[in-house]
Ligand binder design. Structure first.
Ligand code: G3H
Ligand code: ZN
Length: 287
């Protein structure tokens, strides 16, 4: 059931759990995430980066595929189709294409410009029934060409953006896209607590969910994180399962060519990873 993400994240915030955003890249990714959410009776957010949208030949294609698959699989749990780290123009493209939720990432802009564009997009999104995420501070590392400096968010700036009426807010708290380096200092819980203090009931978003230790995930949720984004970890298990299948000669000793068989181990690996994350985030049976 395609919905915007506002209500599912308000419930998560009130219920002290988090909903996973899993980024999709193709039919297999989408099907794996949708089926797992349905099996676990969990709400879910399908994230689409600008790069993945381009890869799938545009946001219209993505929206049409997700809507049709949601119906044909008989998905009854709440599913949001969400633009991830969207630039200003991409937000409008996704609104037109039929997404149910957008993220405007103005974190690399001067604060005044981020504020002005977020103000405009909140009004447009809400008028049309979409939910909207904004970002303050920046997530370190790189995702699909989007590079972040990784500075922690200023809690006062978080409050100013939260007060615009965004539905959920991403704030840099030392999190990084991709695999965390060995010398990573961990999440800044002091920053998170200060942001929570300023923003009240606003559901907070933790990007860079790949590889964050379970105890830090639990603490982040207890301090107000209601949405956790996971992308790289699904890519890693997909690649590992596919490689293992081929290298072990399970594809008819290197002669297999049926794409449905070659993609099946990676599909199952994504399902297992999404299940693990939904259990960790506490969203099972919260649909
Ligand atoms: O926006 C998407 C995420 O923040 C994913 O981060 O690739 O480190 O899991 P990740
Ligand atoms: Zn992100």
């Amino acid at each position: 059931m395609l919905v915007n993400a506002a209500e599912m994240l308000q419930k998560a915030q009130a219920g002290h759990y988090a909903v996973g955003q899993f980024n999709i890249n193709n039919l297999e990714w989408t099907k794996a995430v949708l089926l797992t959410a349905q099996e676990l009776n969990s709400p879910v957010i399908l994230g689409v980066s600008m790069g993945a949208g381009k890869y799938m030949t545009g946001y219209k294609t993505v929206a049409a595929m997700v809507k049709a698959m949601d119906e044909s699989l008989g998905i009854t749990v709440p599913v949001a189709l969400h633009l991830d780290h969207g630039e200003y123009d991409a937000c409008y493209d996704c609104i037109k294409a039929g997404f149910t939720s957008i993220m405007f990432d103005g974190s690399h802009l001067p604060f005044e410009e981020n504020f002005a564009k977020t103000t405009e997009l909140v009004a447009v999104a809400h008028k049309l029934g979409l939910s909207i995420e904004a970002e303050v501070g920046s997530i370190g590392g790189e995702e699909d060409g989007v590079v972040g400096a990784g500075e922690c968010a200023d809690p006062d700036e978080c409050k100013k953006i939260a007060d615009l009426g965004v539905d959920f807010l991403a704030a840099g708290i030392g999190n990084i896209h991709g695999v965390y380096p060995d010398n990573w200092a961990g999440l800044s819980f002091d920053t998170l607590a200060a942001i929570k203090d300023k923003t009240g009931d606003m559901p907070l978003v933790l990007h860079g969910g790949t590889g964050i230790p379970d105890d830090q995930i639990a603490k982040a949720i207890s301090l107000g994180v209601s949405k956790i984004n996971v992308n790289t970890e699904c890519q890693l298990v997909f690649a590992e399962a596919t490689r293992e299948y081929i290298e072990a000669g399970k594809d008819q000793q290197g002669k297999g060519f049926d794409p449905r068989k070659l993609l099946a181990p990676g599909f199952e690996a994504i399902k297992a990873k999404v299940k693990e994350k939904m259990e960790l985030f506490g969203s099972v049976n919260k649909a």
